[in-house]
Design a protein around this ligand. Structure first.
Ligand code: SF4
Ligand SMILES: [Zn+2]
Ligand SMILES: [Zn+2]
Length: 297
């Protein structure tokens, strides 16, 4: 049995070192707090809302922000994906009740008049994840306007995937919006996003959620296998097997290039959607265009 490198008790996980439960929790929380401090993710007068799904990542963010900063709220989106989202939202409701965290849930059906599944039947040419992402970002931004930051559960694996996806698809403006804090769009309508789990691997977050008894299930969205992200995730996992530390190196080297990318993007003028007022590079934002095209189909 592998022993903890700090105390010689039995290790429950080996990441950078082997850790017992107690030392792993300390290592993990120290890493999150040092990310928050180093990148100035949170200031004392911030009002933070966590984009929550009921999964291990966003539940971990909720738990740690509540533990260290005392006050946090949760916002969840119900896309209307049968046999998936209702289960994760059930877990989230229980968790928020247990931790006395205020929770608000907004559904596509109520906000747009169609669920994701209904929209997919109308827009057969669009990928589920594209539609889901556009509408989710729109709801997050519009419903979180009374908050100063939106915290998300993105971990190191997610970030490595996003970097690779945007590089492969030549989406440099989107690449410049990655990093532990998204503040590229200096716009009063844009609520900055923060990623406290930026340097935590998927395996570390799963272990933290497990040792803290977060009742998160290992259910996956039925559409997750079809996405480009799933392809990139599998490729990076293969890469990591052959080249240990590949994802961490990818993210750390990306961070060295990020300031230059951000300053290049600052010159781009951001307009507003003529329909909803959300930041947009075109006359209509992607969400309004999508909702219109579904309504007129
Ligand atoms: S996998 Fe795609 S469709 Fe499913 S919740 Fe994520 S973005 Fe939405
Ligand atoms: Zn130990
Ligand atoms: Zn709009």
């Amino acid at each position: 049995m592998t022993k903890c490198s700090n105390c010689n008790n039995n290790a429950i996980i080996t990441t950078e070192k082997a850790f017992c439960k107690e030392h792993f929790v300390k290592y993990f929380e120290d890493k999150v707090i040092s990310t928050i401090t180093k990148f100035k993710l949170v200031s004392s007068n911030d009002k933070i809302i966590v984009a929550s799904s009921g999964g291990k990542d966003s539940t971990t963010v909720l738990y740690i922000l509540k533990k260290y900063f005392g006050k946090v709220e949760a916002l969840a989106i119900d896309e209307g994906i049968p046999r998936y989202r209702s289960k994760t939202l059930e877990d989230l409701e229980k968790f928020c009740k247990r931790e006395s965290i205020p929770l608000k849930i907004y559904s596509y059906k109520k906000e747009f008049d169609f669920s994701l599944n209904e929209a997919l039947k109308i827009k057969k040419d669009l990928s589920p994840c594209y539609m889901c992402g556009v509408l989710r970002r729109y709801l997050l931004n519009t419903k979180a306007r009374n908050f100063t930051k939106i915290a998300t559960g993105h971990n190191l694996d997610d970030e490595a995937q996003s970097i690779m996806m945007n590089l492969v698809k030549s989406q440099i403006p989107l690449l410049a919006r990655l990093g532990p804090i998204t503040d590229t769009a200096e716009d009063k309508n844009f609520v900055p996003r923060i990623k406290p789990l930026y340097f935590c691997t998927e395996k570390e977050v799963a272990t933290y959620a497990f040792v803290n008894n977060f009742a998160t299930r290992f259910t996956q969205c039925p559409h997750s296998h079809d996405s480009f992200r799933a392809f990139v995730r599998d490729a990076l996992n293969d890469y990591e097997i052959e080249h240990k530390g590949a994802k961490k190196n990818l993210v750390n080297n990306f961070l060295k290039l990020l300031p230059k990318m951000k300053s290049n993007q600052k010159d781009l003028h951001l307009n507003h959607c003529s329909n909803c007022g959300e930041p947009s590079s075109k006359e209509l934002c992607k969400a309004c265009s999508l909702v219109n095209s579904i309504a007129n189909a």
